[in-house]
Design a protein around this ligand. Structure first.
Ligand code: 5RP
Length: 232
């Protein structure tokens, strides 16, 4: 059911594409449906050049013969299509459940538009139910973790900060070679202030709050896909 909804959201976002576009490809199970559908279009002659947001997406895109480039070769993209872990009414997002938040944010910021695709369960009244992924440098981890916990206390977090584990039981390592701290807030009341506070910690590389980056979303529910638009 949920896979079906993710695919319907991905399919709806194909309407955003036109020939010759430079496209950012997101990461995660919903973004994978989009890459798959785009692969079908490419097989039928659709021309585009894409920048992937993770090694996993790059592998999938290569398998589907989608032409890839880097942001060294193309500085700006027309659109990025990506999944999300949460989206609120102001198009604020929590991303990074798949650990690709740094590249996802770099690619989204280099894009004229970011389009989110998700099943409608990702739509929330307030951000924070999903633990906020914070990408950190392994050096000084103890000090960074303490600083993140202090920021969480100042933002009345209701949960803990934990270092993410990988499938092999060891620490999860991002494509950039960093670690992820998952910070459970319960409810985030001032996302902008929290963003600044986290980025002020030297060991924090980036966090999963995407603010002012997303303009549009396709959210799939059993009774159809809803298009949200108007984000800054
Ligand atoms: C990866 C992400 C994903 O977009 C997010 O976790 C949603 O994934 P899915 O589509 O599998 O639910 O931010 O870093």
């Amino acid at each position: 059911m949920s896979e079906h909804l993710k695919k319907e959201a991905a399919r709806a976002a194909l309407s955003e594409l036109s020939s010759g576009m430079r496209i950012g490809l997101g990461t995660g199970s919903t973004a994978a449906h989009f890459v798959d559908l785009l692969g079908d279009m490419v097989a039928e002659g659709f021309a585009c050049i894409c920048v992937p947001t993770s090694e996993a997406t790059a592998r999938q895109a290569r398998e589907r013969n989608i032409a890839l480039a880097t942001l060294d070769e193309i500085e700006r993209l027309d659109v990025t299509v990506d999944g999300t872990d949460e989206i609120d009414a102001d198009f604020q997002l929590i991303k990074g459940g798949g650990g690709a938040l740094l590249r996802e944010k770099i690619v989204a910021a280099a894009s004229d538009r970011m389009v989110v695709i998700a099943d409608s369960s990702k739509r929330v009244e307030a951000l924070g139910r999903f633990p906020l992924p914070v990408e950190v440098n392994a050096f000084g981890l103890g000090a960074t973790l303490a600083a993140i916990r202090a920021v969480m206390a100042a933002h009345t977090a209701q949960g803990e900060a934990v270092i993410r584990q990988g499938a092999d039981g060891g620490r999860f390592v991002t494509d950039g070679g960093h670690l992820i701290v998952d910070a459970s807030f319960g409810r985030i009341s001032d996302a902008k202030d929290l963003s600044h506070a986290l980025l002020d910690i030297p060991g924090v590389v980036q966090h999963g709050l995407f603010l002012g980056l997303c303009q549009e979303a396709y959210l799939a529910a059993p009774d159809g896909v809803v298009r949200m638009s108007g984000g800054r």
